[in-house]
Design a protein around this ligand. Structure first.
Ligand code: SF4
Length: 166
């Protein structure tokens, strides 16, 4: 994939609606109900200054509560879940595939309603991860369910790690 540059940010993000993982701007929507570290939140808000951004939490949009047990994609990554080849299971053994797909679809629905073509998503999540997800507690390369769906729809997906490189 082409490396994202500050010029692309200025061209593609400023003056356009951008979806943002709600936890990246400090909302307590994470599985444990805790806020992300303040350095990450400050960096993200700094980049978003002047942008029209919409916070979304795909897991909440899929009907899951906060607090909730952490989840992992059992095998493969987001594309495999969307294609029906992999399941999402929480730490208590409950399958959450349907909620994760619903959350991805609802997130795309919001993107389509406002015409957003860019999403800034929290990496490492089974929903929002764009470079990394977790498997058996370890970080592996892969995409979450929402990131995979938004990418299929042609959106540019960035993570907080991409912002650090700009
Ligand atoms: S990573 Fe995505 S799904 Fe998880 S809490 Fe943040 S916004 Fe919600």
């Amino acid at each position: 994939m082409k490396e994202f540059t500050i010029e692309m940010w200025q061209k593609d993000v400023e003056n356009q609606p951008v979806l943002v993982s709600a936890c990246l701007i400090g909302l307590r929507c994470r599985y444990d109900g805790k806020r992300l570290d303040s350095d990450t939140i400050k960096m993200v808000l700094n980049f978003l200054r002047g942008c029209w951004f919409l916070p979304v939490c795909p897991e909440q949009l899929g009907g899951l509560p906060t607090v909730r047990p952490p989840m992992e994609i059992e095998q493969g990554h987001g594309d495999a879940v969307l294609d029906g080849h992999a399941r999402v299971i929480d730490s208590q053994g409950t399958e959450r595939t349907a909620e994760m797909i619903l959350g991805a679809n609802e997130t795309y629905r919001i993107a389509a309603l406002v015409g957003a073509k860019v999403a800034l998503l929290k990496d490492g999540s089974p929903s929002c991860g764009s470079h990394l997800i977790k498997h058996k507690g370890r970080r592996i390369k892969g995409e979450g369910v929402t990131a995979a769906l938004l990418k299929r729809k042609g959106m540019v997906i960035l993570s907080e790690h991409d912002l650090r490189k700009l």
